[in-house]
Design a protein around this ligand. Sequence first.
Ligand code: 0X9
Ligand code: ZN
Length: 379
Amino acid sequence: MKIQSVATPVHKPTPKAKTTESELVQDLVKQGDVTANADMTQLVKEYRASLAGEAPQQGYHSYEEMTAALHSLADRFPGQAEVVVLGQSAEGRDILALRVGTPDAERPKPGIVITGCHHAREWMTVEVPLHTATTMLENYSSDPASKQRVDNTVTWFVPMVNPDGYEYSRTTNSWWRKTRRPVSETGCPNLKASTGVDPNRNYWDGKPENFALYRPAGDTPCSTKDDFGGGKTSDNPRADTYRGPAGGSEPEVQAMLNLELNPANHIKGVLDYHSYGEMILYPYGSKELPADRLEIYRDIGSKINRSLGDRYDLKPSSDLYPTSGGSNDLHEANGIIGLTLEIGRSFQPDPSQIPATTAYITPANLVFIDEIAARYPQS
Ligand code: 0X9
Ligand code: ZN
């Protein structure tokens, strides 16, 4: 008997005619995908796989698998962890946090947020928060330092801030960066509708005094000619760095700000994972940090860097490239320590790299938690 293979239908974008290494590099440069510390060979390999619809999705958690992993941790450690729904994405997926540690309304513990996957294609950034949460909980009863962290802080792990974009990147176009909301109302007659907003350009807390962090002076609405950072924050809905039709317009950003700025949560630090570039970035992306704050960021940042073998570059976000509407700018403006870690040297390393990468990065999270706990002890 002949056994017929039943292949799962997968979407394959039409491969481009141009396939030489140098043409792919040119594409990547033109698209703004080549930044500091790129592993060009690996990046080109990933891009080529993306164009052929062959990105290595097996091994990275899907949204469903990530959801199951968080619930499994909450079930295994009911006294220490709980799954919390922060809000819904544009396509209606729950944006999930695993809250590790028990809040104490009488004597508030410092709140910490560790986020991954604002940007859809940055797959490893989902794995890092998941792995750190797992490690902290699994070591709870054997390692006094783990127990102390879990007991004395409340850490919210949000592995997938942008679940719609992530699933689209995993299944359809692995190079996708933004969210997936259809933006039909751009608010600008001259700008055509498109899909998706860059969530790391959309942050604004609704406070007039912080509006310039979303749209700096001189950047005119509906004009792409004066886009902040030379286009790295754009009013063009088709751009990969589209800031959205208004500050804080996107449900994913609203979900995060509702968590982070709610006084009841006592959030003192946010560590936001991105890829790639082996960098530790501190605010601002859109202006300069005052000296007293700079000192704190340099101190925490260098301790994180030590935990990474001093391999990372510690610098202001604006040194990478200036942007507005970035998460950390709004954290800093609200008195929260906000750092970005750009991990790795490409977007989608082979899944065989996941265990080594997450093990290497997890100490950075533990140092961050310890630093926040030391600076803002339980009151
Ligand atoms: O552009 C971003 O949002 C981040 N880089 S990424 O390649 N992951 O997209 C950098 C965020 C840090 N902020 C600024 N550079 N302003
Ligand atoms: Zn990113």
